[in-house]
Design a protein around this ligand. Structure first.
Ligand code: BES
Ligand code: ZN
Ligand code: MN
Length: 543
């Protein structure tokens, strides 16, 4: 289902002479407070006036660095023309302008960057969103060049990385299942050239190579999440992941229902009981060929929730919006895609991915509220709500990861509606070892996948004491207070004592129900695959 991939390159020749279908420039909005209102300001009279405010609209716009030669070709009339077309320079705005021979490309496209940060280049995330918005709006064009304001100091690599990633993310398109092609849907841009000072610079080339791998991982995650749940049940999801992983050269282990029973994976089995499609646990491993002296000792475990559809089971969910629970395997998809990217990027740390997969269905064979389940690490759990299935499958997988041995454990899951209530649809919640959570937050910040640390309070654990077992799956009186935190507190029971760990709850940010905007496509977003890859890099470099 992978969408046709867009190719990336670097270019350093004059943007005005590039033989492409469209050239994208940046446009800042100027703070109206700083705009002179007397008409005595520089530049020719533009004809774009806001009579109500007495403002020459061209003066509320500022072309970003990189647009110089295009502006020169327009004889100083580019800003005025953009103002006439209604440009404001606001973030996400895309204004297309036919060049009528002024420059080689037939189209100049101004993408809004918001106000120019004082004395600095735009933040990487601003560039990531702008590049994505522009490339999405240019569907139907074959070749596009971006000449956006990239800094030329030590921030240059991060800015280039973000721009390149954004361009590819904006070109993402889920192939879908329509029986006929739709004439109104134009094909994604085929190639994107990013304008830089020196196209042969080794660091710059490395950045776009990495951006292509990272964006590929995002696209894979999105494709798996967007695949309908009848097409992706645990056995077929496991097969799809295993096939891709073997091809990438990873070591693959797939536990089927018999192996899970023999191994004592009580949580995964319990959730899988209600479905005719049996559960799986997939383990993927990457071993570095040449581990650096420090990193050699480091082993990272990634664990992702793979509920291919979550009806809630016997504790069934309301029908409204239930179809979105096809995305309840977003964590597993991100971990699988991150592992495939790791196989390409070849970091100097060992990385293993654990994907517990099950379909949570109500039936005569389902697990039920009141059941006591013995988990992989021997702990006994009292089930109170079959809809809290994620922590059941994850507890087993996390205990297995710790048994195999790991120095860091990162788990990610669409675990609680409470995450969405607390932090919204963009910001993930992070729980676990305090210091490590801060590294996760920093990685999210760097990659445009924001995350916020949340606590694991003692009283929340106390509320999960069970009358009959070691722990209840949720608060024993079904109190939803601190709902997201209950998930984190429960998962902590399955992490070995001295392993730094983090639980990233992505219930909100992993799925975008609205219209595409910036680098978020409709449906699966790919969150948090970029964070996972950034953390792998961070641990490889810094231990
Ligand atoms: N998969 C859901 C959480 C979810 C909700 C993901 C909304 C994405 C969007 C999870 O399995 C679930 O049902 N959680 C329950 C937990 C409760 C029963 C303790 C919830 O959020 O209500
Ligand atoms: Zn779920
Ligand atoms: Mn559920």
């Amino acid at each position: 289902m992978t969408s046709p991939s867009t190719t990336l390159s670097l270019v350093d020749t004059d943007p005005a002479e590039l033989a492409v279908d469209a050239i994208v420039i940046g446009l800042h909005s100027q703070n109206p407070g700083t705009v002179e209102q007397t008409g005595a300001a520089s530049g020719p009279e533009t004809g774009a006036r806001d009579p109500g405010r007495g403002v020459d609209l061209a003066e509320t716009l500022l072309l970003a660095t990189g647009a110089e030669s295009i502006a020169a070709a327009f004889d100083g009339r580019l800003t005025a023309t953009l103002a006439l077309l209604g440009a404001t320079g606001g973030p996400g705005e895309v204004i297309k302008l036919a060049t009528l021979g002024t420059v080689t490309a037939p189209l100049v496209v101004a993408v809004g960057l918001g106000p120019e940060p004082s004395g600095a280049a735009p933040a990487p995330e601003t560039l990531r969103r702008a590049a994505a918005s522009a490339v999405r709006a240019l569907a139907g064009c074959e070749r596009v060049a971006l000449t956006l304001p990239l800094p030329d100091d030590e921030d240059a690599p991060a800015a280039l990385r973000a721009t390149a990633e954004g361009a590819l993310l904006g070109a993402y398109r889920f192939a879908g299942y329509k029986t006929r092609p739709q004439p109104s849907r134009r094909s994604p841009v085929e190639s994107v050239a990013v304008h830089v000072p020196d196209a042969n610079d080794a660091r710059a080339r490395a950045e776009i190579t990495r951006a292509a791998v990272v964006a590929g991982a995002v696209g894979r995650t999105r494709d798996w999440v967007n695949t309908p749940p009848n097409e992706l049940r645990p056995p077929s999801f496991a097969d799809s992941v295993a096939a891709a992983a073997r091809e990438a050269g990873l070591t693959v282990e797939v536990l089927d229902e018999q192996a899970l029973a023999a191994g004592g994976y009580g949580g995964i089995l319990a959730v899988g009981l209600g479905s005719a499609a049996p559960p799986r646990l997939v383990k993927l491993s990457y071993q570095p060929a040449s581990a650096g002296p420090d990193a050699a000792a480091r082993r990272i475990a990634l664990v992702g929730k793979g509920i291919t559809f979550d009806t809630g089971g016997v504790s069934i969910k309301p029908a409204q919006g239930m179809w979105e629970m096809k995305s309840d395997m977003a964590g597993a998809a991100a971990v699988a895609a991150a592992m495939l990217a790791v196989a390409e990027l070849k970091p100097s740390v060992a990385v293993s991915g654990y994907l517990p997969m099950a379909e949570n269905m109500p039936s005569g064979s389902s697990y039920r509220p009141g059941d006591v389940v013995t988990m992989y690490n021997g702990k006994r759990v009292e089930v109170l709500n079959t809809d809290a299935e994620g922590r059941m499958v994850l507890g087993d997988a996390m205990a297995r990861a710790c048994e195999d041995g790991c120095d860091y454990l990162i788990e990610t899951s669409t675990l609680t509606g409470g995450q969405v209530v607390a932090l919204g649809k963009r910001m993930a919640g992070v729980m676990g070892s305090a210091e490590f959570c801060q590294r996760v937050q920093a990685a999210g910040e760097a990659t445009g996948e924001p995350a916020w640390p949340m606590p694991l309070p003692d009283d929340v654990r106390k509320g999960m004491d069970s009358e009959v077992a070691d722990i209840s799956q949720v608060n024993a009186s079904m109190d939803r207070a601190g709902h997201m935190l209950q998930g984190g507190v429960f998962l902590r029971e399955f992490v070995a004592d001295d392993v730094p760990w983090a639980h990233i709850d992505i219930a909100g940010p992993s799925y975008h129900s609205g219209e595409p905007t910036g680098h978020w496509s409709k449906g699966g977003t790919g969150v948090p695959v970029r964070t996972l890859l950034e953390l792998v890099d961070d641990i490889a470099a810094n231990g």
